[in-house]
Design a protein around this ligand. Structure first.
Ligand code: SAM
Ligand code: SF4
Ligand code: SF4
Length: 335
C-alpha cells in the first residue's frame, strides 16, 4: 500500500491509454485541422506492449490501485485488446476493470471483451440527432451505430453501461433533457460532462461550458431528481436518481465544481509516460525504466515516490494564468 500524496490523497485508480489513434475527430478532442493526414501518431514500438502494461498494473495494484480503466484515443482500435483484458483480469487487487469507447466497434467486440473479463464500459455519445452528432464527431458517424454498440455492450453483460455526453453551449445543450429521457428506465446511466480545457487544440472558452447545475435543473424540472450519496471517495460524477425509481444520471462538473480534493487517479499514456493529472504538462518515463531492465521493486519505489510528491490540483486553480499553459492532448493521455 502506498502512502498518500501531498494532499493526503491515496492512489486508487489507474487510467491507461492504449492508443493515441481514433476513428473519430471530435471537435473538442482531436480537431481535424490538427489531427490530419500529416499528424504523426505514435509508432508501434513506442506503445507499451500488453505485457508491459500488465506488469506496470500489477505494481500499481501492489501500491493500492483497485480500479483500472482503459482509454485512448479509441481503445478498441488496439488489435486484440481482449488479450490485455485477460492479463489485467488476473491481477490480484483489481476489483473494477472498465473501458471508455466511442462505441463504433462494440458490436464486434463486446462479447469477446466480456468473456476476457471486462466488467463494464462507458460509451461516449453527445447527441441523438445525426446532424448534431456528425458536427461533433466530425467524421459523419451516425447515432444509430453508437446506440447499437450500447445495445451490444448491454447484451454482453457489460452493465450498467454509462453513456458520456460532453455538453457544449449552443451545440448540444438543447438536447440534455431528450438524452436523459432516451436512457431513462433502460438501466444505462447518462453522465453529462462539462466541456474541459484539456490539451491546447480544441479552442476551449469558458463561454462554451454548460454548468452541471444547469443540466441537473433542466432535467429535474421535467423528471424530479434527488442526489445519491457517492459510494466511494474518488467518484468523479455527482449522482442523482429519478424520484420515480427509473434510474439515475450523473454530472461531471470538472470546471464549475472541481473534485481535485478526492482525485485518486494516475494515468499512463500510450507510450508509457506516467501522469499524475489530466492537465499535467509533463510525464515521467515509465517505459524507459521498464525497457532499461528495472525490477518490479524499483518500479514500485519510483511510482511510490512520484505519488508522494504529487501536488496537482489543476481544476481547482484553473485561471487565466493556467489556461494558456502547454498541456498534453486528451487523445494521448486518455480521458
Ligand atoms: N475514444 C473514447 C471515447 O470517446 O469514449 C475514449 C477516449 S475519450 C478522450 C474519453 C472521454 O473524454 C470521452 O467521453 C470524451 O467525450 C471525453 N472528452 C474528450 N475531450 C473532452 C473535453 N475537451 N472535455 C470534456 N470531455 C472530453
Ligand atoms: Fe476519439 Fe474519443 Fe477523442 Fe472523440 S473523444 S476524438 S472518440 S478519443
Ligand atoms: Fe485530478 Fe488533475 Fe483533474 Fe484535479 S485537475 S481532478 S488533480 S486530474
Amino acid at each position: 500500500m502506498t502512502d498518500v500524496d501531498t494532499f493526503a490523497r491515496p492512489l486508487r485508480d489507474l487510467r491507461i491509454s492504449v492508443t493515441d489513434r481514433c476513428n473519430f475527430r471530435c471537435t473538442y478532442c482531436m480537431p481535424k485541422e490538427i489531427f490530419d493526414r500529416d499528424y504523426e501518431f505514435l509508432a508501434r514500438e513506442m506503445l507499451l506492449s500488453f505485457e508491459e502494461i500488465a506488469r506496470v498494473t500489477k505494481v500499481f495494484a501492489g501500491l493500492g490501485v483497485r480500479k483500472v480503466r482503459l482509454t485512448g484515443g479509441e481503445p478498441l482500435l488496439r488489435a486484440n485488446l481482449e488479450e490485455l483484458i485477460a492479463l489485467l483480469r488476473d491481477i490480484e487487487g483489481i476489483e473494477d476493470l472498465t473501458l471508455t469507447s466511442n462505441g463504433s466497434l462494440l458490436r464486434r467486440k463486446a462479447q469477446v471483451l466480456a468473456e476476457a473479463g471486462l466488467d463494464r464500459v462507458s460509451v461516449s455519445l453527445d447527441s441523438l440527432d445525426d446532424a448534431v452528432f456528425a458536427s461533433m464527431n466530425d467524421v459523419d458517424y451516425p447515432v444509430g451505430k453508437v446506440l447499437d454498440g450500447i445495445d451490444a455492450a448491454a447484451e454482453a453483460g457489460l452493465t450498467p453501461v454509462k453513456v458520456n455526453v460532453v455538453v457544449k453551449r449552443g451545440v448540444n445543450d438543447h438536447e440534455v433533457v431528450a438524452m436523459a429521457e432516451h436512457f431513462k428506465g433502460t438501466g444505462h446511466i447518462v453522465r453529462f460532462i462539462e466541456f474541459m480545457d484539456v490539451g491546447h487544440t480544441n479552442g476551449w472558452r469558458l463561454d462554451d461550458v454548460v454548468p452541471a447545475a444547469e443540466v441537473v435543473k433542466a432535467i429535474h424540472a421535467r423528471h424530479p431528481l434527488e442526489p445519491v450519496t457517492s459510494g466511494y471517495k474518488g467518484e468523479v460524477a455527482e449522482r442523482y436518481r429519478y424520484q420515480d425509481g427509473s434510474g439515475e444520471i450523473g454530472v461531471i462538473a470538472s470546471v464549475t465544481r472541481p473534485f481535485c480534493g478526492d482525485c485518486t487517479r494516475a494515468r499512463i499514456s500510450a507510450d508509457g509516460q506516467l501522469y499524475t493529472c489530466l492537465f499535467a504538462t509533463s510525464g515521467h518515463d515509465l517505459r524507459g525504466m521498464l525497457r532499461d531492465g528495472a525490477s518490479d521493486e524499483e518500479v514500485a519505489a519510483f511510482l511510490g515516490s512520484t505519488w508522494a510528491k504529487r501536488d496537482d490540483r489543476y481544476s481547482e486553480i484553473r485561471s487565466t494564468d493556467t489556461v494558456g499553459l502547454p498541456r498534453v492532448e486528451m487523445s494521448y493521455i486518455g480521458g
